[in-house]
Each structure stands twice: as C-alpha cells, then as structure tokens.
Design a protein around this ligand. Structure first.
Ligand code: ATP
Ligand code: MG
Length: 426
C-alpha cells in the first residue's frame, strides 16, 4: 500500500490510531494512511478504490475484505491554530473550506503539506507518521513523549479545537478510557465547558460516535468519564433527568449494563447496540411509566407510550436506526410479557426472538435491586427444567397469580352466604 504510493511518486504514511496502538503494544483496530496524493491520484494508483465523504473527502481502498482509509494531507482551515514550539507555521487557505458562525468546521478539503496535516489532527499521540521509506516515525508535536507519559494532549488550543469540532470532546474521553491515559490539564480544562456544543452535531454522526464509545470493551470507564465531564447528560438528557444523585438503582443498573457489554466484547460474544440502548433509556422509561400508571392507563399501553415518549426525545440527539430501535422497544415490551406465564404462554415466550435479550435485561433489573418476586430466578429454572419440572413451575405461578387468589376468595365468600343446612346445625 505505502510502497505503491511511493512508487507512483507520492509521500505516504501510516498515521493515527494504527501507529499509536502499535507503539503502545496494543493491537490496532485499523490503519489509516495519509498521503500527498489527491483523492483522484489515489484512485489512479488503486483500481479497487472509492472516493467517499463530503466533510472530508477520503478514499476507501479495498483489499479483499479489508478497507483502508487513505486521506490526502490537509491543512487546518481555522486560521488561529497555535504554532507549536515555533517549529511549524501555516498560511490561511480559503479554497473549499467552510466554517459555521460558531467556529465549527463544516467542510475541510484544503490540501496541504505533511506539516500542515500534523496540525489538523487532534491529539499529539494521534499525529505520528510512519513511513516505509526509512521505517521511521515522524514526530512534530512530541507525541512519542506523550506515549511514554500515557498522556492525551490536544494539538493547539484545546478550547478552540473543541469548538471547531465538538466530537473531539467525545474522542478525548473515548481515547482516555481505551488507552488508560490521563488527559493533560490544558486539554482537560475546556472539556466540561464545551460539552454542550455536542448538541450542534448531526444526530447521525453522534450515533456513529456512540457506537465507538461503548463497543470497544471499555464502555464502563467511558461512562464514568462522560459523567465526570458532564457529557453523558448532553447525550442522554432523558436518562439524566430520571437519575437523581442518590438513585442507587439507576447507578447500579447502568453500571452493570456497561460492565456486561464490556465482558461480552472481551469474551468475544455477540453484542447488539439495541440491548445497551434499551438499558441506557430504561430509567427514563420506567419513570415515565410510573407517571402514566397514575392515570389508570393499563400497563402494556403505558409501556408502549413511555417508550415512545422517551425514544422521540432521544432521537433529537442520536439518530438510532430502526434496526436497533425496534428490537430495543421489543426488549421493553417483553418485560411485562415475562410476568405472564400461565398456560402455554411461557413456552411461547421462550421461542420469542427477543427472549434471550429480554431475560438478560430482566436479570439486570433484579440485580440492581428491583423487586420482581423472583421472576428472574423462575425463568432461569424454567429454561433448563424437564417437562415435569416445567409443569410444577407453572403450577406455582398458577397458585400465586392474583386471578387464582381472587377465584379462591370468591369461592370462599360464596360458601359464607350459603344458608346453613338446618340438618347439619342440629
Ligand atoms: P481508533 O483506535 O478508534 O481507530 P483513531 O485515533 O485511529 O482511533 P480514527 O477515527 O480512526 O481514530 O481517526 C484516525 C486519525 O484521524 C486520528 O488518529 C486523528 O489523527 C485523526 N482524526 C480523526 N478524527 C479527528 C477529529 N475529529 N479531529 C482531528 N483529527 C481527527
Ligand atoms: Mg483508526
């Protein structure tokens, strides 16, 4: 890859997370390539490639099933970037670049030199360039020293860089959690004040970032940091409103949802964003349901309406694709269905395509302290029971069901009303 670009007369480097992770002894998720070739020139070198993106025009080069992202050296579009230790200077460019009135970069296709490309990257540890010309790592911003210090440091003025692209707030938190790095004081200080800027990011881009935040095996730590810097409440306003400071149920529930997602990822088990989304929004759905229940609305309808209300608000922030929001709502609806086990219902529920997720969800609720009359334990036993044992478990439900109780009461009261048999009273 790098060789092909070099042979065609271009500079080419591996840059970003790939170099960083190798230097840290971690396995890189992917490799990104930066080159002096323009997207059209890259396409000329690799037949199997496609130009994508509007905000950044990059080229996807396909190697079998793998895709490598190749981007052309770019210059920063904001003209106030700090000059680092007087090493680098930059000029203003006004070709194909756009900035919103709030200072946010909208389009950024100004091509530049490698030195300029360094300055538009976010953190020093992400701005290391590896070349196969002499197998060296180029470091203009002391990124290697920060790798040794395990420190995340923004290139330039952190506050300004967060304002240019507020997603960098999330990137700082995600990388600090994933790499177990500290955040340099000047990089950390503007995090909290910039958190609210995330409301200006398109919900589709935020959903992509949401996936990167929580499905890398470090979701729990990420959640802690998001709370620490007041970012979680910007991303999930409904959840935060439902979450008062001393609410140990919500804290425990969310903590175990993040832990269990991390554990599954680290054990190589399958995961679905629908489950975690259902969990994150659950505290809000549960609150809303309790409010609706006061209006005498039947529980199944209250669950549907509560889910709809919370989801509608959440979609203003994150655009959750329907392939996740539909199963998410099924997991919520199943919470009520799992209580109704009489007759053949339990057997039918067991075959439901959302049974497994809904059952795991139920266990989380109970583990966090919700009192559900042993429902989780019942389902745990029912799943592994033989037909006789299953019948016994169903009998137990039948005996304890409110309908069975009221039936017994009716029978008793009818007996009371029967006129005593004069013969027996004698
Ligand atoms: P990961 O391990 O998640 O892949 P990464 O640092 O490689 O982390 P990517 O999203 O793959 O993240 O981005 C590749 C590189 O592009 C980054 O290392 C960084 O240099 C640059 N970059 C990405 N997003 C931004 C941004 N919002 N602002 C500035 N530079 C960015
Ligand atoms: Mg990467």
């Amino acid at each position: 890859m790098l060789y092909s670009l070099n042979e065609a007369g271009f500079e080419a480097f591996i840059v970003g997370g790939g170099v960083r992770d190798v230097l840290l002894g971690m396995e890189p998720k992917d490799f990104d390539v930066a080159t002096s070739a323009t997207p059209e020139e890259i396409r000329g070198v690799f037949r199997n490639s496609r130009i994508i993106g509007r905000r950044f025009r990059i080229v996807h080069v396909h190697f079998g099933r793998e895709i490598i992202e190749v981007s052309t050296f770019r210059a920063q579009t904001a003209d106030k970037i700090e000059i680092i230790e007087g090493k680098l200077t930059r000029q203003d460019h006004h070709i194909d670049a756009a900035q919103s009135s709030a200072g946010m970069i909208l389009r950024d296709n100004v091509y530049g030199t490698m030195e300029e490309d360094v300055l538009r990257r976010d953190f020093t540890v992400n701005a290391l360039y590896y070349t196969v010309r002499n197998f060296e790592v180029y470091d203009f911003v002391d990124g290697l020293a920060d790798i040794d210090r395990k420190c995340l440091r923004m290139i330039g003025d952190a506050g300004q860089r967060y304002r240019e692209d507020p997603v960098r707030v999330l990137r700082a938190i995600r990388l600090a959690a994933k790499l177990d790095f500290s955040i340099a004081p000047e990089t950390e200080l503007p995090l909290k004040p910039c958190a609210h800027l995330l409301t200006s990011i398109p919900p589709a881009r935020l959903f992509d970032e949401f996936l990167k935040l929580f499905f890398n095996g470090h979701g729990y730590r990420t959640w802690e940091l998001l709370n620490e810097y007041d970012v979680f409440r910007v991303l999930f306003p409904c959840t935060s409103e439902a979450f008062t400071g001393d609410d140990t149920y919500t804290r425990k529930f969310l903590a175990s949802a993040f832990h269990s997602t991390d554990n599954r990822i680290n054990e190589g088990l399958s995961i679905t964003p629908a489950f975690l989304l259902a969990a994150i929004m659950w505290p809000a759905v549960r609150n809303e349901m309790q409010i609706l229940a006061r209006t005498d609305m039947p529980a199944p309808q209250a669950m549907i309406e509560a889910g709809q209300n919370v989801l509608t608000r959440q979609l203003e922030m994150l655009s959750i694709p329907r392939r996740f929001s539909i199963p998410m709502r099924e997991i919520w609806d199943m919470q009520l269905k799992l209580q109704k086990r009489q007759g053949r219902r339990a057997e039918t529920l067991l075959g439901h395509k959302r049974f497994r997720a809904a059952y795991d969800f139920l266990l989380l609720r109970e583990a966090a302290g919700e009192e559900l009359d042993g429902l989780g334990k019942w389902w745990t036993e029912y799943q592994t029971a033989n037909p006789d044992q299953q019948a016994a478990l169903l009998d137990e439900v039948e005996k304890r069901s409110p309908r069975a109780k009221s039936r017994r009461r009716r029978v008793k009261s009818r007996r009371k009303n029967v006129t005593p048999n004069p013969a027996s009273s004698e």
